[in-house]
Design a binder for this molecule. Structure first.
Ligand code: COA
Length: 440
């Protein structure tokens, strides 16, 4: 759509929290938005009780819906009630892996009806949402993307990558080092009563890049609800306890799946661990299950310790690698003050930002592992700075998974002195690869 006037003639933007009415039932506008989102993501139409549950999950997550509504819908079209563009956000903590976190404006449910695409709905919704995010005090926005080329133009950078891996049983065991602790098979219901959340909280605290889960994710990963709204009949579960303790420090849920070529596979649904020992033991357990050829995991981290534990490292195949969480810095000084640093140092950083929020030249001083960023100028003084980059690439660097040295080699980060990206890499270094197991 050529201009803003055309957009406003055709669409009206409405923003509201998902809500129940005075009768305790979801409001019609909440249900219509839910249906539009489901259509956008090719989901089957849920039963009435599932729609109600989903709205209540979104209420629990404090989700706000931004919808683009067609002002003059065609008779009989869903546009009469559904928004043609959907967009939501909610608060979600992002862990720095040292027990601290930053609150993100977590963006989700981005869909535009095929009949209305490429008329600027996404651009308008994103612009309005980020403006609102800044007004509400968010220093950073986050999302997970269905395609890799949509969000950079809005200042988001891919900050974490993850892998789909397949481990072949025949070559995997024994592990090179002994595992410890006790693995027990449990029912998925055993995990529901606090056990899973307690383990997740410990995982989240130690894992830089981990994000708090949506309310609606829990029943799915624990198998208490399948996609059809009924309890999943195929989900199995096990827990790990340390040899000297009773508290569960890891759990896994999985299902059996047919593999190409008549093979049988275990597909890990959820694998959460508060210790390295729990992670290793649960993998060993899965690889020891008979009547099965491979174990598949679609959330593997890039520094997966299993590779170094396997009896034959060729048991480990990477099937696919993809971006996971994308980050968008809105308030640069606030984000850098929140993050812990591995090494002290100071650097001048010039940032471009088409939407303006993080544009300027900043001095980052890190002392005792804590940083202070001071704005030197509203201008992006690339020539006078140690490093110059776009806000999207700053988002990529932020967790420490993407190296400034790689970005310099890729030509998207400029540094006259090669020592500057090396110093920033050391400053941003993390004890283990940034990793998250939360999709939203
Ligand atoms: C992706 C989607 C949301 C885009 O919505 P839209 O209203 O057509 O996008 P806009 O017209 O506002 O386009 C905004 C910009 O993004 C670009 N863009 C839009 N969709 C894109 C895509 N799939 N890939 C790459 N670029 C895309 C446009 O070219 C435009 O660029 P510009 O403003 O720099 O010129 C829409 O096609 C959709 O609903 N797809 C299916 C669901 C989906 O993938 N959702 C994303 C979930 S993370």
């Amino acid at each position: 759509m050529a201009n803003s006037k055309d957009f406003d003639t055709r669409y009206e933007l409405r923003e509201f929290p998902f809500a129940n009415g005075a009768d305790g039932e979801p409001t019609p506008e909440s249900l219509a938005a839910l249906d539009a989102i489901g259509f956008g993501f090719h989901e089957s139409t849920p039963k009435p009780e599932a729609r109600k549950r989903k709205v209540n999950e979104l209420i629990a997550d404090e989700a706000v819906l931004l919808g683009a509504y067609v002002r003059k819908p065609q008779p009989g079209s869903v546009d009469e009630t559904w928004p043609a563009g959907t967009f939501s956000w909610f608060p979600k903590a992002l862990s720095w892996g040292d027990g601290t976190s930053i609150n993100t404006q977590a963006i989700s449910d981005v869909t535009v009806r095929p009949t209305e695409r490429r008329r600027g709905i996404l651009r308008r919704m994103m612009t309005q949402a980020l403006e609102r995010g800044v007004a509400d005090g968010y220093a950073i926005a986050a999302l997970t993307a269905s395609e890799g080329t949509i969000y950079r133009r809005f200042g988001f950078g891919s900050a974490i990558r993850e892998r789909n891996v397949v481990v072949k049983r025949a070559k995997a065991l024994p592990f090179l080092a002994p595992t410890s602790g006790i693995v027990s098979v449990v029912t998925p219901e055993y995990l529901v009563d606090g056990v899973a959340r307690q383990v997740f909280d410990r995982f989240d605290e130690r894992s830089i890049g981990s994000m708090v889960r949506n309310t609606g994710s829990w029943p799915l990963v624990l198998g208490t609800l399948g996609r059809d709204g009924e309890p999943a009949k195929d989900t199995r579960a096990a827990v790990h306890r340390p040899a000297d303790g009773e508290e569960v420090d890891g759990y896994v849920t999985w299902r059996m799946v047919e593999q190409p070529g008549g093979q049988t596979g275990i597909e890990i649904i959820d694998l959460v661990y508060a210790t390295d020992s729990a992670y290793l033991s649960l993998w060993e357990f899965l690889l020891s299950i008979d009547l099965n050829d491979v174990v598949k995991y679609n959330r593997a981290r890039l520094d997966d310790p299993i590779v170094s534990a396997l009896g034959d490292n060729r048991a480990y195949d990477i099937e696919h690698e993809e971006d996971h969480v994308w980050l968008r810095v809105l308030d640069l000084p606030a984000v850098l003050a929140s993050r812990p640093f591995a090494v002290d140092g100071s650097l001048t950083i010039a940032v471009t930002d088409a939407l303006g929020y993080a544009a300027g030249t900043f001095r980052l001083e890190v002392t005792g592992g804590r940083g202070t960023a001071t704005k030197l100028s509203d201008e992006t003084d690339a020539a006078g700075a140690d490093l110059a980059l776009d806000v999207a690439d700053l988002g990529s660097l932020l967790l420490g998974a993407v190296s400034p040295v790689s970005l310099a080699a890729a030509g998207v980060l400029q540094a006259a002195d090669p020592a500057a990206p090396l110093l920033l890499r050391s400053m941003l270094q993390t004890p283990r690869a940034p990793h998250g197991i939360t999709f939203f």
